[in-house]
Design a protein around this ligand. Structure first.
Ligand code: NAD
Length: 485
């Protein structure tokens, strides 16, 4: 019998599901059991061509509609997503293995927020009038044209919406390629947008591995590429986009610091560290995986952390009581287990976890290492799993220097009750998305993105508009034209 997660077809192009079974089959594995629940096929060159030519043809008429008309469709899509939240959350859980307890509140709902927010902004995307004596200049905020979105596997619905909503609000069309590990949810986003009245051809989804992504990025018809993925992929995609002088947004990896001073509220700090390391089983780009704890409170912090981590409910992700799910794939589980072994070998002190959970599926216990030093592999490389490294520090100056000593710069957090110190420290941390006495909040109203190797550009907020549009300036002369001859 067909599993309910199996989509009608692999791709969504020009307002409908499209199949081409000659593309490489991509199995969809449910991470909680290891069972194959669906199959899609990678896009063939013919499918890629169909998606790009459709998106190119549809864009101009969409950009000519008023912002109010475009926004209305996006806001309707937001309402439909919220109405279908349960069904979409179950699908997100099948796609990623994340517990329903999370997906019910963090995925389709976050996608709906983006559709609502950018739907609301669409009508207010205006230029300005610049007086020049009798003459004047006016500016027009124009769409970029055809945008490509490429997603990672940790938030398939959210990523499809965070890219699609601002792109469409600005009058662009989009071809979106989800991660081959989680191909299901973006198809539903396309379905919802069309149910809300989006004209055919403006939001298309094609499946495939890196080579399909690469075919999209290098196509001369594409004006912009927005990638969520790892730094190595980001470097390749950025270089390929540069070849065609295309706009880019790069949302890449991190190894973010979370700094806990000895005057912090310990339970809030432990809560921040748990949210910043174990939500989505640690598969979150902005995670604060280097937890710097000031020496005086270290043992108290570790004891409370171990106690609370022991309360994680690891199990069936479809049971709403479950608070901790599996890794997205066997491959990711093996990568993370490899890092845990490295942590042990290099002399970090294991506080809790440290192994595969005794279950079917790709579960790893939430793991905490203490006495981690800056040079250890687990403190330098992005693990993308439930592995927290706790490091000690003495002074503010020292911890700022150590926190910044990384190629990454996505996020950073500070816990302290001294507000002037909180702002002073955050002001010196090299990171794009920061938190004071909190961790990992990502509302659509706030800009999100990294500095250094963690990325270029910003998603969400009014900032995202700048990355999906460009400004035309028009000089208007009221008098005669003077010329040298
Ligand atoms: P990945 O880099 O392996 O893949 C990302 C996407 O790029 C996939 O869809 C993949 O098929 C595609 N791709 C691979 N090679 C390509 C190429 N040459 N040209 C075009 N596309 C190509 O990343 P992943 O393993 O899916 O996701 C995990 C990574 O994503 C982590 O590093 C994580 O930090 C990062 N991430 C960042 C954010 C953020 O917003 N900053 C959010 C989520 C995940």
């Amino acid at each position: 019998m067909t599993h309910p997660a199996q989509p009608k077809a692999s791709h969504f192009i020009n307002g409908e599901y499209v199949e081409d079974t000659s593309g490489t089959p991509i199995p969809v594995i449910y991470a909680a059991t290891g069972e194959q629940i669906a199959t899609v096929h990678a896009a063939t060159p013919a499918i890629v061509e169909q998606a790009l030519s459709t998106a190119k043809a549809a864009q101009k008429a969409w950009a000519k509609m008023t912002g109010t008309e475009r926004g209305r469709i996006l806001r309707r899509a937001a309402d439909i997503m919220r109405e279908r939240n349960h069904e979409l959350s179950v699908l997100e859980t099948y796609d990623t293995g994340k517990p329903l307890q999370e997906t019910l509140v963090a995925d389709a709902t976050s996608g709906a927020d983006a559709l609502e927010y950018f739907g609301g902004l669409a009508a207010s995307l205006t230029g300005e009038h610049i007086p020049m004596g009798e003459d004047w200049v006016y500016t027009v905020r124009e769409a970029l044209g055809l945008c490509v979105g490429i997603g990672a596997w940790n938030y398939p619905t959210q990523i499809a919406c965070w890219k699609g909503a601002p792109a469409l609000a600005c009058g662009n069309s989009m071809v979106f390629k989800p991660s081959e590990t989680t191909p299901l949810c973006a198809l539903k986003v396309a379905e919802v947008l069309h149910e809300a009245g989006l004209p055919a051809g403006l939001y298309n989804v094609v499946q495939g591995m890196g080579e399909v992504g690469s075919a999209l990025v290098t196509d001369p018809r594409v004006d912009k590429v927005s990638l969520t993925g790892s730094v190595p992929t980001g470097k390749k995609v950025y270089a390929a986009a540069a070849e065609g002088m295309k706009h880019v947004t790069m949302e890449l990896g991190g190894k973010s610091p979370l700094i806990i001073f000895d005057d912090a509220d310990i339970d809030n700090a432990v809560g921040g560290a748990i949210n910043g390391n174990f939500y989505s089983s640690g598969q979150v780009c902005s995670n604060g995986t280097r937890v710097f704890v000031q020496k005086g409170i270290k043992e108290k912090f570790l004891a409370r952390l171990a106690e609370r981590t022991g309360n994680a409910i690891i199990g069936d992700p479809m049971d709403e009581a479950t608070s901790f799910g599996p890794m997205v794939s066997e491959n990711q589980m093996n990568i993370v287990l490899g890092y845990i072994e490295k942590g042990k070998e290099e002399g970090a002190r294991l506080i809790c976890g440290g192994k595969r959970a005794d279950k079917n599926g790709f579960f790893i216990e939430p793991t905490v290492f203490a006495d981690v030093t800056d040079d250890m592999t687990i403190a330098r490389e992005e693990i993308f799993g439930p592995v927290m490294s706790v490091l000690d520090f003495d002074t503010e100056e020292e911890v700022i220097a150590r926190a910044n000593d990384t190629e990454f710069g996505l996020s950073a957090g500070v816990f302290t009750n001294d507000f002037s110190r909180a702002h002073r420290v955050i002001g010196q941390l090299e990171a794009g998305s920061c938190f004071i006495n909190s961790y990992n909040d990502a509302p659509v109203e706030a800009p999100f993105g990294g500095v250094k190797a963690s990325g270029v550009g910003r998603e969400n907020s009014k900032e995202a508009i700048k990355h999906f549009s460009q400004v035309k300036s028009v000089y208007v002369r009221m008098g005669d034209v003077e010329a040298a001859f």
